[in-house]
Design a protein around this ligand. Structure first.
Ligand SMILES: *Cc1c(COP(=O)(O)O)cnc(C)c1O
Length: 378
């Protein structure tokens, strides 16, 4: 908590040392398996390039992004990294992938055929992953297509770098679907012996060795978010977000606050108007009404609630309880930090840390704390 120092906006601080520690922790947990790093969606809002540099310094060599554009940006930073593109091969993009050594995660026969034919043209077996769907109906070959995929491999002599699948319910380790998907994956692998296999996201990595196979693919855990529901989150927090108070106002019992007049005050109240809104990633689902509480912020370590709806640029918080410790205009309040985790905020907004993090594209200065503890503007 610090006094407003002349900038007109808030501060988002991303702790690259914490990200590196989280990766190393997962690498220990995954033991003999390789530990990849998922840096899609701008590294879950944390900034792909600084995050990927820190991960590479920590020892990561295998990176996963969603789109070829993300892959191209990462390639300029890391000339030697292995880069997989989860969303697969975009029609017509095969040459670009080949030039930049991006590895599509192939998930349909048409993608596979396009990739094999470009490999044939180039006269080189271009590396790729294969994704099989074991129960999500999202991306992936159907299991029934395994023998076709296998025969395409046998006919062309092609071998993928990795066979993967993705779990629908890994955040709930007791869910029966986990064992079902794992069994389907294991039986699929009997048709693809000797090809490295990968099943685990963060939750599956944390919840059991039986999910690890040859490579794990954590995302959210790197960024400090909770992967497994209903268990303490073992990861180091990564994000601090502080925003300034714009105004303090006194309001009377019975008056309403904000758009829609969804909340009326039950007592005379002191309110702080804070300069963050849904345009800054403070989700509108963090609004509060008379029936249901919403988000909260921390002021000098005291957690105080949002009152009324979240606006585009502002929220209103009730600081009546702070009494003489009430802050003044210009002071910073903690939106995310030591007192409020991304998980807490996600829960308060009926969502998950993933959405909180990837929504952080707001009007604030960004700082990175490097592994040595130095703070640099990013
Ligand atoms: C995003 C993603 C991951 C990482 O998931 P987390 O839950 O963030 O660890 C892993 N695998 C696939 C296929 C993904 O799309």
């Amino acid at each position: 908590m610090s006094v407003y120092s002349g900038q007109f906006s808030g501060r988002l601080t991303i702790d690259l040392g914490a990200i590196a520690r989280n990766w190393k922790g997962l690498d220990r947990i995954s033991a003999k398996s390789l530990t990849g790093a998922v840096v899609k969606a701008d590294a879950y809002g944390c900034g792909m390039l600084p995050v990927a540099s820190a991960l590479a310094r920590a020892g990561a060599q295998f990176f996963f992004v969603a789109t070829p554009d993300e892959g191209l940006a990462l390639r300029t930073l890391l000339p030697d990294a292995y880069i997989f593109i989860f969303n697969g091969l975009f029609p017509g993009a095969a040459k670009l992938y080949a030039e930049q050594r991006l590895m599509p995660v192939l998930s349909s026969l048409s993608m596979l055929d396009e990739w094999l034919s470009i490999s044939l043209d180039i006269g080189d077996a271009l590396p790729a992953g294969f994704h099989f769907d074991t129960g999500m109906n999202r991306m992936g070959f159907r299991l029934q297509e395994a023998s076709i995929v296998r025969s395409r491999m046998d006919n062309s002599g092609y071998q993928p770098q990795m066979i993967m699948s993705h779990m629908a319910c890994a955040d709930t380790p007791t869910h029966e679907k986990n064992a079902t998907q794992r069994a389907l994956f294991q039986s699929l692998l009997t048709q693809f012996p000797d090809i490295p296999a990968s099943l685990a996201n963060s939750a599956a990595t944390l919840s059991g060795r039986e999910n690890h196979f040859q490579m794990v693919r954590p995302g959210i855990s790197l960024y400090g978010g909770r992967a497994v529901q209903g268990r303490p989150n073992p990861m180091s927090p990564v994000i601090t977000l502080e925003m300034p108070i714009l105004q303090i106002r006194e309001a009377r019992a019975g008056e309403s606050v904000g758009y829609g007049a969804t909340q009326s005050l039950s007592r005379d109240s002191r309110l702080a108007i804070v300069g963050i809104g849904y345009a800054d990633g403070y989700l509108r689902s963090l609004s509060s009404t008379e029936g249901a509480s919403g988000g909260f912020v921390a002021i000098n370590g005291n957690v105080v609630p949002v009152v009324g709806r979240v606006s585009m640029d502002t929220i209103v918080v009730d600081i009546t309880e702070l009494g003489i410790n009430a802050p003044g205009a210009g002071e910073m309040v903690e939106i995310i930090g030591p007192n409020i985790s991304v998980d807490d905020l996600g829960e308060a907004g009926s969502t998950i840390a993933y959405e909180i993090l990837t929504s952080l594209k707001g009007r604030y200065q960004r700082f990175y704390r490097d592994e040595m503890g130095n703070l640099v503007e990013g």
